[in-house]
Design a protein around this ligand. Structure first.
Ligand SMILES: *Cc1c(COP(=O)(O)O)cnc(C)c1O
Length: 410
C-alpha cells in the first residue's frame, strides 16, 4: 500500500490535513476574518467607475487580475477557494469545478478534441461517458476506440496518427478494475497523448493519478468529495496551463458550479478523509464476508487477492474504496435478474438507489438501474451481468452492515 509519506507523495501535508485546510500556507483570508470560506452568492461584480473598470481590464490583459472578478460565469470566490482545496488534495497545480461530473467529462473532451481527432477509452466505464463518446463526439466527427480494461497491448495498438487522448476510469464502475497509471502515462508520453483518469471511485484519499504521470483527473463531486448525497458537482484537476485553457472554455460553454453547491462541497470535503477511511474499512470487511458465502458466485473488490487488479491496486492506492460489486448465485430455477433482486429486496439497511460515495449505504442492480433499456445479450456485450449487485458502502457501523447482509443472504 502506498504510504502517504512515501517518495511519490510530493506534498508535505497528508490527505486528512489537506481536506480540512488545503495547503495551510495558501490559506485565504477574507475581509470578515471568518474562519469559514464565505458564501459569495452573486451573479456579478461591480466597479467604482470607468477608470476602475479600465484598470481591471488592463490587469486582465496582463494576466494578473488577482482576486477581482467580472461575472459569475467567469469565476466566483467561493468556487475558487474550493477549487484550490481540491487541487491540493489531488496534488495538481489547479482545479476547475463543474455543476456535475458529466459536465466535467463533456466540457473537458469538447475543449480538447477537434473534428478528425481520435480518442481511446477503456471499457467498463460510466454509461453516460460512453453515450457521450458514441452519440455526441461521433456526430462531431471525433472517432473513438474502446479497448478492454487492463489490456495495454490493445491500448497501444489502438493509437492512430490522429489520436489525442486516452481516457480511463480507475477504479471502474461497476467491476472496480484498476488501471496501471504508470503504463498508461508511458504509452501516452511515447505518442504525445493527453491522459485523463476519472478517479471518482478512488477519491484523492486513496489515489493521486497525477503522481503517476497522468495529465488530468476528473471527479464526480456528487459522490465522495461532497459525500452527503445533497448536491451535484464535478471537478477537473491538472496543470495550471491546461486548467486555465479549460476555464476559458467553461466561460463559453457556461457550465459553472453554483456558489451554494461549492459551499456545501467544501463542507463535505472537510470530512472526506474520515468518511473514506471508514468506507475503505467496511468495504474490505463486506467483500471478505461476501466472498465466504456460498450464495455469492463472485465478488469484485480490488482489496481482495481474487480481483484481477489486486497487485496494481496495492502498489498504486492507499485504500481500495467503498464500492463492492458481487454476483449472486441463482437458486434452482431462478433467473440471474431475480437472484440479484432477491438480495436487494431482502436488505433492510441500504437504500435501493443509484449513486455512491455518500454517508448512506446504497444498493442497486446495474442491469435494472443503468441498463434497463437494453436486452440481456446487449448488456452482456458491454459486460453487465444480470446477477450483478453494486453495493456502495456508507459510514454506518461495519458490524451493522455485515449483519444486514448476513440476514439478507439467509
Ligand atoms: C457519477 C459518475 C459520473 C457522473 O457524475 P455526475 O455528477 O452524476 O454527473 C462520472 N463518472 C463516474 C465514475 C461516476 O461515478
Amino acid at each position: 500500500m502506498v504510504e502517504s509519506n512515501s517518495s511519490n507523495y510530493k506534498r508535505p501535508y497528508r490527505p486528512a490535513t489537506l481536506a480540512v485546510h488545503g495547503q495551510p500556507e495558501q490559506r485565504r483570508g477574507n475581509e470578515h476574518r471568518a474562519l469559514i470560506t464565505p458564501l459569495v452568492q452573486t451573479a456579478t461584480y461591480t466597479y467604482d467607475d470607468t477608470a476602475d473598470l479600465c484598470a481591471f481590464q488592463e490587469a486582465k490583459l496582463a494576466g494578473n487580475v488577482g482576486e477581482r472578478l467580472q461575472y459569475g460565469r467567469y469565476g466566483n470566490p467561493t468556487v475558487r477557494a474550493v477549487e484550490e482545496r481540491i487541487a491540493a488534495l489531488e496534488h495538481g497545480e489547479a482545479a476547475l469545478l463543474f455543476p456535475t461530473g458529466m459536465t466535467a467529462v463533456t466540457n473537458v473532451l469538447l475543449s480538447i478534441l477537434s473534428t478528425g481527432s481520435h480518442l481511446i477509452y477503456t471499457d467498463d466505464c460510466y454509461s453516460k461517458t460512453r453515450d457521450f463518446i458514441n452519440k455526441f463526439l461521433k456526430r462531431l466527427g471525433i472517432e473513438s476506440t474502446q479497448v478492454p480494461m487492463g489490456d495495454y497491448e490493445a491500448l497501444e495498438t489502438a493509437v492512430q496518427p490522429n489520436t489525442r487522448v486516452i481516457l480511463s476510469e480507475s477504479p471502474t464502475n461497476p467491476y472496480l478494475r484498476v488501471a496501471d497509471l504508470e503504463k498508461i502515462a508511458a504509452i501516452a508520453q511515447q505518442h504525445r497523448l493527453l491522459t485523463i483518469i476519472d478517479a471518482t471511485f478512488a477519491t484523492p484519499v486513496n489515489q493521486n493519478p497525477l503522481d503517476f504521470g497522468i495529465d488530468l483527473v476528473i471527479h464526480s463531486g456528487t459522490k465522495y468529495l461532497s459525500g452527503h448525497n445533497d448536491i451535484m458537482a464535478g471537478a477537473a484537476v491538472g496543470g495550471a496551463e491546461l486548467i486555465s485553457a479549460l476555464r476559458q472554455s467553461q466561460g463559453i460553454l457556461g457550465s459553472v458550479l453554483d456558489p451554494h453547491a461549492a459551499y456545501l462541497l467544501e463542507r463535505g470535503l472537510k470530512t472526506l478523509h474520515l468518511r473514506v477511511q471508514q468506507q475503505n474499512q467496511s468495504a474490505q470487511a463486506v467483500a471478505e464476508f461476501l466472498e465466504s458465502q456460498p450464495g455469492i458466485a463472485r465478488v469484485w473488490y480490488p482489496g481482495l487477492s481474487s480481483h484481477p487488479d489486486y497487485e496494481i491496486a496495492k502498489a498504486q492506492m492507499r485504500g481500495f474504496g467503498g464500492v463492492v460489486s458481487f454476483e449472486v448465485q441463482p437458486t434452482a430455477g431462478e433467473t440471474p435478474l431475480a437472484a440479484a433482486a432477491r438480495i436487494i429486496d431482502a436488505v433492510r439497511l441500504p437504500y435501493h438507489a443509484a449513486t455512491l460515495g455518500g454517508v448512506e449505504t446504497l444498493i442497486m442492480q446495474p442491469a435494472l438501474m443503468s441498463y434497463y433499456d437494453l436486452l440481456t445479450e446487449e448488456r452482456l456485450t458491454i459486460g453487465i451481468k444480470d446477477n450483478l449487485v453494486r453495493l456502495a458502502i456508507g459510514i454506518e457501523d461495519t458490524a451493522d452492515i455485515l449483519a444486514d447482509l448476513s440476514q439478507a443472504l439467509a
